[in-house]
Write a protein that binds this ligand. Structure first.
Ligand SMILES: Cc1ncc(COP(=O)(O)O)c(C=O)c1O
Length: 442
C-alpha cells in the first residue's frame, strides 16, 4: 500500500525553519534574507520582478547523481530518460543531456525541444496515448530510440507510417498493469480504468501481432503507474506483473530486450515520508535482475521538483473577521498544482526578519478570479507588508510548464542559479504577446 496522504491539519505543518533545514540549497541570511545556493533571492526579485521561477542547477545535478548512484549501487545498469513534461526549460534539458540522461517525451513539441537542447535522438523515448500521425512521422524521421506504444490502434497507425516512409520503429509496449499507485486520482495512470497503456491481458496477443507487422521491431515493455508515488508497494506490484509478462512473452518465442520502468517517484512537499531512490532501485532489482533486460526509467518530479521555487510579492493583506488573506502577485495561472491537485507547497518569507517574526494563520491566494486560486489555508505566516517577497517551494516540477495566461496574465520569468551566479533563462512574457497572434474576424 502507498503511504496515506498527509492529514491537512495546519497545526502539523512544518515550520519555516524546518522547511529550510530539510532543503540544504536554501538558507536564511540575517542581512540578505533567503538564499538559493548562496544567491540572495531578494536581489533576483528586485531586478527581474515577480512572479519569477528560480532553479538551482546544482540541486538538479546532485539529485541526478543521487538517483543514478542508487541505481548503480543496486547493480542496475540504468538509462535515465528525464520526463520532459516535468520541466521543459531548455536550460534544464541541456543540464540533463550533459549528465548523460535521455528524454521521455509526450509530444512533437517536447521531442523537438529535447533535440534542440542537445539530447541525442537515440536517447529519446516517446510515450503518450494520443500521438498524432504527424508526431509519429517526426519521431521516425529523427530515428528516436524508442516509441512506447499505448494501443492496438496506435500500433496500426505506426506500422502504416513506418512502412510508407521506409523506416522501422523500435517499439516497446506501455502496459497498463492495473495497479493503483495510491496517488492523486488525476495523476494515477496504471489502473485499468485509466486511459494509459495496453491492457495487461491483451499484451501477449498484441505483441505477437506487432512482431509480425511491417515497419515494427518489438524491443520490450514499459510501464508508468502514476506520479508523486509515496510508497514502494505499488511499484513492486507493477514490476512483478511486468516481469511475469517478460517471461510469458519469451515463452511464446518473442524477444524482450528492454524494460522501461517509468517514473513517478514522489517527493516530500510537506512532511510526507517518500521512498528513496535506493528503495526504488531495490524494487526494480527484485523484479528484473535475473531477466537479462536493459533497464530504463523516466523520472521527472524527483529530479527537478525540489530544485525550483516560485518567487512572488505580497500585493496586499486583506483583513476579514476570519483569518487574513495574503494576496500574492503569483496565481494559479503560474502554479496550478494547489488548485488542480490540492497540493501543499511550503511558503517562506524571503526576508530573514519576516521569517522569525511572530506568525498567525493566514490564507494565501493569488489575484485570479477563482476561489480555487488559493495556495494555502491557515498557513502560519508573519504579518507581511505589501511588497514583501515570499518563495513558494518545490515548484521545479509541473510548475512553469503548466502555466497559462488565464486572466490575461503573462507567463512569469525563469531564472537559473549556478555557481553563485544567476541569469534569466526565460524573459517575462511581454504583455503585447497576449494578443499579438489574435485577429479580428474578416
Ligand atoms: C509516461 C510518463 N513517464 C514519466 C512521467 C514522470 O513522472 P514523475 O514526474 O512523477 O516522475 C510521467 C508523468 O506522469 C509519465 O506520464
Amino acid at each position: 500500500m502507498a503511504a496515506p496522504s498527509p492529514p491537512n491539519d495546519p497545526s502539523t505543518d512544518p515550520s519555516v525553519q524546518d522547511l529550510i533545514a530539510l532543503r540544504p540549497w536554501l538558507k536564511h541570511d540575517a542581512m540578505d534574507g533567503l538564499l538559493l545556493d548562496g544567491v540572495p533571492l531578494a536581489g533576483i526579485a528586485d531586478t527581474v520582478g515577480t512572479p519569477t521561477w528560480v532553479y538551482s542547477a546544482a540541486t538538479m545535478r546532485a539529485r541526478y547523481k543521487t538517483l543514478t548512484g542508487a541505481m548503480s549501487g543496486a547493480g542496475l545498469d540504468m538509462q535515465v530518460h528525464f520526463a520532459v513534461k516535468a520541466n521543459d526549460s531548455r536550460a534544464v534539458l541541456s543540464l540533463f543531456a550533459e549528465q548523460g540522461a535521455g528524454a521521455d517525451v509526450v509530444s512533437g513539441g517536447e521531442l523537438l525541444k529535447s533535440l534542440r537542447a542537445g539530447m541525442p535522438a537515440s536517447r529519446i523515448v516517446y510515450s503518450g496515448v494520443g500521438k498524432s500521425a504527424a508526431e509519429l512521422r517526426l519521431a521516425l524521421e529523427h530515428d528516436i530510440g524508442q516509441i512506447n506504444v499505448e494501443s492496438a490502434e496506435e500500433l496500426a497507425m505506426l506500422s502504416a507510417i513506418a512502412t510508407a516512409t521506409g523506416r522501422t520503429a523500435r517499439v516497446a509496449f506501455r502496459v497498463n498493469p492495473d495497479v493503483d499507485a495510491g496517488t492523486n486520482d488525476k495523476i494515477a495512470t496504471g489502473r485499468a480504468t485509466d486511459k494509459f497503456g495496453i491492457p495487461f491481458d491483451d499484451a501477449v496477443r498484441l505483441y505477437a501481432h506487432a512482431a509480425a507487422l511491417p515497419g515494427i521491431r518489438t524491443v520490450g515493455l514499459a510501464t508508468h503507474i502514476g506520479s508523486q508515488i509515496l510508497g514502494l508497494a505499488p511499484y513492486r506490484d507493477a514490476y512483478a506483473r511486468i516481469a511475469d509478462l517478460v517471461i510469458a512473452l519469451r515463452e511464446h518465442g518473442h524477444t524482450v530486450e528492454t524494460v522501461d520502468c517509468g517514473g513517478g517517484l514522489g517527493i516530500p512537499y510537506r512532511n510526507e515520508s517518500a521512498p528513496s531512490p535506493a528503495g526504488l532501485a531495490a524494487a526494480m532489482r527484485g523484479a528484473f535482475h535475473n531477466l537479462d533486460v536493459r533497464l530504463a526509467m523516466e523520472p521527472g518530479r524527483w529530479l527537478v521538483g525540489p530544485a525550483g521555487l516560485l518567487l512572488a510579492s505580497v500585493v496586499l493583506v486583506k483583513q476579514t473577521p476570519l483569518e487574513p488573506f495574503i494576496v500574492l502577485d503569483a496565481a494559479m495561472n503560474d502554479l496550478v498544482r494547489p488548485a488542480m491537485y490540492d497540493a501543499w507547497h511550503g511558503i517562506v518569507p524571503v526576508s530573514a526578519i519576516d521569517a522569525v517574526a511572530p506568525a498567525r494563520p493566514a490564507t494565501v491566494v493569488g489575484p485570479v478570479c477563482e476561489s480555487g486560486d488559493t495556495f494555502a489555508r491557515s498557513r502560519s505566516l508573519p504579518a507581511l507588508s505589501p511588497g514583501a517577497y515570499v518563495a513558494i517551494l518545490d515548484a521545479g516540477a509541473y510548475g512553469a510548464v503548466m502555466s497559462s495566461t488565464y486572466n490575461a496574465r503573462p507567463m512569469a520569468a525563469e531564472v537559473w542559479v549556478d555557481n553563485g551566479r544567476w541569469s534569466v533563462i526565460r524573459d517575462r512574457q511581454p504583455i503585447e504577446a497576449l494578443w499579438e497572434r489574435e485577429r479580428l474576424p474578416a
